[in-house]
Write a protein that binds this ligand. Structure first.
Ligand code: FES
Length: 116
């Protein structure tokens, strides 16, 4: 099926994976298309904080409110945000952080033992 939504590449620093993400979809939704274990999914509406990431390069646009309980102003200033609440504004490089960082990387290592 033809997909008319323009997409940009999102690169995950820890696992060296990349995925296409539309400019109007969340970083988390695009990440889920990788279809593997360890991707941090919770409430998908900015309330639980499990999808916390840090934007290392690139810009994002807000799709909805980000809970201050999970991303403080100081963290936001350092690039932290919630992957379910932002869309890429251009090519983005991010790292998964918080309590899901280890399961995320481990889920990747199991299917790619060379990268352990
Ligand atoms: S999945 Fe709950 S805050 Fe993103």
């Amino acid at each position: 099926m033809f997909d008319s939504h323009p997409k940009v590449q999102v690169h995950i620093a820890q696992t060296n994976e990349s995925y296409p993400c539309a400019l109007d979809e969340s970083l988390l939704k695009g990440m889920l298309r990788l279809g593997r274990k360890g991707i941090p999914v919770g409430c998908v509406n900015g309330g639980c904080g499990v999808c916390k990431v840090r934007i290392l390069e690139g810009t994002t646009t807000l799709l909805g409110p980000v809970s201050r309980a999970h991303v403080t102003q100081e963290e936001q200033d350092m690039g932290y945000t919630l992957a379910c609440r932002v869309a890429p504004g251009c090519v983005v490089r991010l790292e998964v952080v918080g309590k899901f960082e280890k399961p995320f990387s481990r889920g990747f290592g199991q299917s790619n033992p060379i990268l352990t």
